[in-house]
Design a protein. Structure first.
Length: 734
C-alpha cells in the first residue's frame, strides 16, 4: 500500500514537472502569440520573439489580438494590467505558465521585451555574446515549462555601459537591457555641462566674475567652473534651462554639472565661505542645485560629485529632485572598494551621500583608459562593488569600460557588466564560464586559466590596478617574465584548440593582443636584446590588430598603427650616436619628486619613455628646469635635441621654450640658441622633439639646457590656474 502511494505521488510529480507548453512541433506552429496591436512595446516583444523563433525553427508563430479565444499553446505578451505595479518595477517582468498557456507580463518601460529576451536566453538557448555575434540553436521543436512562475526586476533602474555593440548592432542594446543618457537627459545634457550652459567663450570676456576665482584671479575657461554664489549666474542658468526644457518637452531631467577639471572650483570670498562651512566644494554646488530644484520642482537636476566635489557637504541636503552623479575615478581596482585605502576613502564619501540622498547615480570605471588593450583583470571585484553601490542608494549606474573593439576582454566585460546591472546577485563565475564556452569554444578552458592566473598574480603582487597605468607598472607582478611565458603557452594551446575554426581563432587572437602589447611595452624598458625578434613581434601585433579591425589604443585618439610606427622610431633609432650617451648630468634646476629618482641617468641613457610617465620620464611642475651635461672632454658639437611628452589629460604640457648654452669649464657659458615651442591643444598623446642647432661647430665639454615653463595651465586646459608639468626623457648632443 505504502509503495503504491509513493508510486502514485512520484508519477504525479513527474507529470507536473514535465508539463510543457508546446509552441512548435515537428517544424509546425502549435502555439500562437497574443499581443495587443495598440501596445508598441508588446508588439516589439512579439516581433523579437518571432524573429528568433524563425531563426531557430524556420517558422513563425501567428500573432493574434487579445480579443481572440485562448487556446492551448498560447503565449500571451501583456504590459497592460494595472496589477503589475504592485510587483513589477520599471522594465521588470514576470514569466508564468498555467493551463497550457504562457504569460509574459511586462512592467512599465520595456518589461515585456526584456521578458522575451529572458525567455529566449534561458529556455530557447539563444546567447548574444557580442555585436553581430549571437549563438542560435536549431530545432524543429520549441517548448516552455508548464509550471513556471518567475519575476524579475532590475537591480538598477538606469543601466549604462560602453560596448561597441551599442553603435553597430541595434539588437545588442535591447538584449542587454541597456539605456543611453539621451533617453533621459534633456538635449543630451548629461555630464560636464557648465560650459555648454554658460559658455566661457561667450561670457568670459565681459563677465569674468561669472567664473572661478583661482589662485588670485578670475579665470574664465572651458575647464574652469562657475562662481556659484553669483546671483546673475543663477538667473542666466535658469533662463537657459527653461529654454532647454521647452525644446525637449518629453524630458524632465538635465545635468547641471562641473566641467572636467580638478580643483578649478571658485575660491572667491563668498564661495570659499560656503565651502568652508560645508567642509567640501560640493557645498556651494548642492546649494546652487537646490535653488534650481526649487525653481523647477517638476524637473530633476543631476550634478557631479567628482574629483574636488566628491565629498558630501556637512549641512545642506540635496532636494529629492537633485540627483548625485558620484564618480569613483580616483580608486584602485585590484580589490573591491572596501579593501584598499583609495576605495575606503570613496566609500566614506559614498556613505555620506547615501545618508542625505536616495537619488544617486554611480559612475564607475573598469578599463585602462591610457591603454585599452592592456590587461585589466578586475572581474573579481565587479559584483562586490556594484552591490555596495546599490546598498548605498544608487538607482542609476554607468559602468565606463571603454568597450572598444580589441580592448582587454571587451566583449566579456560588456557582457558581465550588463548581467550585473540587471541582477547584481547573478552568479558571475557561471556567467563568465558560459560566455567563454560560447565565445571561445574549445579554447575556453585556456582563456579561463589565463584569467584566473592573472587575477591571482595581481592580488599576490600587491601592485595596485589603476585605470591610467601601463603594463610596465606590472612588470614585476602579474606581467613578470615567468607569468608572461605561462600566458604565451596558454594562448598557444588556445589557438591550437580552435585552429580549424577561423571565427573562434580570431576571438583568441583578439584577446592575445593584450599580452603581445604588454610584452612589447615591457621589453623596451629592459633594453631590447634580440632586435630582430622584437621587430617581428611588433609586426605580428600590427598585422593582427589590422586584420581584426582593432584600431584604438586609448581614449586619447592614439591609434595602434601610430603606436607601432613610433615604437620603431623610438626604440630602434638610426645609428647616429649621441655624444651625450651615458654622460654625467647635473641639475641646477632639478626635477620634481618622485621623478627625480631616475634623473641621474634618464636623459642620457638612450631609453625613450612611453605614453605613460612612470618610466624614463622626469618632470618639472610649474617652474623652469635646467640640465647640465658633461661630455667628459671637449668635443665638437652642432646640435642639441630634447624629447618632451605632450599629454594634456595628465596636465603635462609642452614647455614654453628651450635654450642651450655651452662651456668648456662649467663656469662661463655661451648661448648656442633658443627654440620657442608651439602650443598644442590636441588631446592625443605625443612625443615632441625640440632642437637647437648651430651653423658652425662649437667646441664644448658642458651643455646647459634651460627649459622655460608655461607656469600655470592656460584657460582652455583642465588644470586652469594650476602649475603645468613638462616631462623630458632624453637629450641628444650631436
Ligand atoms: Zn565664487
Amino acid at each position: 500500500m505504502k509503495i503504491f502511494l509513493i508510486l502514485i505521488l512520484s508519477l504525479l510529480l513527474t507529470s507536473i514537472s514535465e508539463a510543457q507548453i508546446i509552441l512548435v512541433k515537428n517544424g509546425k506552429a502549435t502555439g500562437r502569440i497574443i499581443a495587443d496591436p495598440k501596445s508598441r512595446t508588446d508588439m516589439q516583444a512579439a516581433a523579437l520573439l518571432n524573429l528568433f523563433v524563425k531563426k531557430i525553427t524556420g517558422i513563425t508563430l501567428p500573432v493574434v489580438s487579445p480579443g481572440e479565444k485562448r487556446v492551448k499553446g498560447d503565449l500571451i505578451i501583456d504590459s497592460s494590467s494595472d496589477l503589475k505595479s504592485l510587483v513589477l518595477a520599471e522594465d521588470g517582468f514576470s514569466l508564468t505558465s498555467s493551463d497550457s498557456t504562457f504569460l509574459v507580463k511586462g512592467g512599465k518601460g520595456l518589461g515585456s521585451v526584456y521578458g522575451v529576451v529572458t525567455l529566449l536566453e534561458d529556455y530557447f538557448g539563444v546567447h548574444y555574446y557580442a555585436a553581430n555575434n549571437c549563438a542560435i540553436p536549431h530545432s524543429r521543436e520549441l517548448k516552455l515549462p508548464g509550471n513556471l512562475s518567475r519575476t524579475e526586476n532590475p537591480s538598477f533602474e538606469f543601466r549604462q555601459t560602453q560596448a561597441y555593440g551599442l553603435a553597430t548592432d541595434s539588437l545588442y542594446k535591447i538584449w542587454h537591457r541597456l539605456k543611453e543618457p539621451k533617453e533621459i537627459f534633456a538635449g543630451n545634457y548629461w555630464v560636464h555641462t557648465f560650459d555648454r550652459i554658460l559658455p566661457s567663450a561667450k561670457y568670459g570676456k565681459d563677465h569674468p566674475e561669472y567664473f572661478s576665482f583661482i589662485n588670485g584671479i578670475r579665470r574664465p575657461g572651458a575647464a574652469s567652473q562657475w562662481c556659484l554664489s553669483n546671483p546673475d549666474v543663477f538667473e542666466i542658468v535658469c533662463q537657459k534651462i527653461d529654454s532647454i526644457f521647452k525644446a525637449n518637452p518629453d524630458r524632465k531631467m538635465i545635468s547641471i554639472s562641473q566641467n572636467d577639471g580638478n580643483n578649478t572650483n571658485c575660491s572667491c570670498e563668498k564661495c570659499k565661505a560656503i565651502d568652508d562651512e560645508e567642509g567640501s566644494p560640493s557645498g556651494s554646488i548642492i546649494r546652487f542645485l537646490n535653488k534650481l530644484a526649487a525653481r523647477f520642482p517638476d524637473k530633476e537636476f543631476s550634478t557631479l560629485a567628482y574629483l574636488f566635489s566628491v565629498a558630501p557637504p556637512k549641512h545642506v541636503k540635496p532636494l529629492p529632485n537633485v540627483n548625485i552623479m558620484l564618480c569613483d575615478i580616483d580608486c584602485y581596482r585590484e580589490v573591491s572598494l572596501t579593501e584598499n585605502p583609495s576605495g575606503k576613502t570613496f566609500m566614506k564619501n559614498m556613505e555620506g551621500w547615501a545618508k542625505i540622498s536616495d537619488n544617486i547615480f554611480v559612475w564607475d570605471y573598469g578599463i585602462n583608459f591610457d591603454n585599452y588593450i592592456s590587461p585589466f583583470p578586475n572581474f573579481h571585484i565587479l559584483q562586490t562593488n556594484m552591490k555596495l553601490f546599490r546598498n548605498n542608494h544608487a538607482t542609476k549606474h554607468f559602468s565606463q569600460i571603454g568597450g572598444s573593439q580589441g580592448g582587454d576582454f571587451s566583449e566579456l566585460r560588456s557582457y558581465v557588466v550588463s548581467k550585473l546591472l540587471w541582477n547584481v546577485n547573478c552568479n558571475v563565475d557561471s556567467v563568465i564560464q558560459s560566455f567563454l564556452n560560447g565565445y571561445y569554444g574549445k579554447a575556453a578552458p585556456f582563456i579561463y586559466q589565463y584569467m584566473k592566473i592573472q587575477e591571482g598574480a595581481l592580488l599576490g603582487s600587491n601592485i595596485p590596478l589603476w585605470i591610467y597605468d601601463t603594463p610596465i607598472t606590472h612588470k614585476t607582478g602579474m606581467l613578470n617574465a615567468p607569468l608572461i611565458r605561462r600566458y604565451r603557452e596558454l594562448f598557444d594551446n588556445a589557438e591550437q584548440s580552435v585552429a580549424s575554426d577561423s571565427i573562434l581563432l580570431r576571438h583568441v587572437w583578439q584577446q592575445r593582443l593584450a599580452i603581445q602589447y604588454a610584452e612589447l611595452e615591457i621589453i623596451r624598458t629592459n633594453g631590447i636584446e634580440d632586435v630582430n625578434r622584437t621587430k617581428e613581434e611588433l609586426a605580428l601585433f600590427q598585422r593582427r590588430a589590422k586584420l581584426l579591425g582593432v584600431t584604438s589604443l586609448n581614449e586619447r585618439n592614439n591609434t595602434i598603427e601610430e603606436y607601432c610606427k613610433l615604437y620603431l622610431e623610438r626604440n630602434f633609432p638610426a645609428l647616429r650616436k649621441s655624444l651625450a650617451h651615458q654622460a654625467k648630468v647635473s641639475y641646477p634646476l632639478p626635477p620634481d619628486k618622485p621623478y627625480d629618482k631616475i634623473a641621474d641617468k634618464a636623459v642620457t641613457d638612450g631609453f625613450l619613455g612611453g605614453a605613460t610617465f612612470n618610466e624614463s620620464w622626469i618632470g618639472w611642475s610649474g617652474k623652469d628646469g635646467e640640465v647640465v651635461i658633461d661630455l667628459g672632454e671637449i668635443k665638437e658639437i652642432e646640435s642639441v635635441q630634447a624629447d618632451f611628452l605632450h599629454k594634456l589629460s595628465a596636465w603635462i604640457l609642452l614647455p614654453k621654450s628651450m635654450s642651450v648654452a655651452t662651456s668648456t669649464d662649467n663656469l662661463n657659458f655661451i648661448t648656442m640658441g633658443n627654440q620657442e615651442i608651439k602650443e598644442d591643444r590636441s588631446v592625443e598623446v605625443k612625443y615632441v622633439n625640440v632642437g637647437v642647432n648651430s651653423h658652425e661647430k662649437i667646441k664644448a665639454r658642458y651643455i646647459k639646457v634651460h627649459i622655460e615653463t608655461l607656469g600655470v595651465c592656460p584657460s582652455w586646459h583642465y588644470g586652469v590656474g594650476y602649475p603645468a608639468w613638462f616631462f623630458l626623457d632624453e637629450v641628444w648632443v650631436y
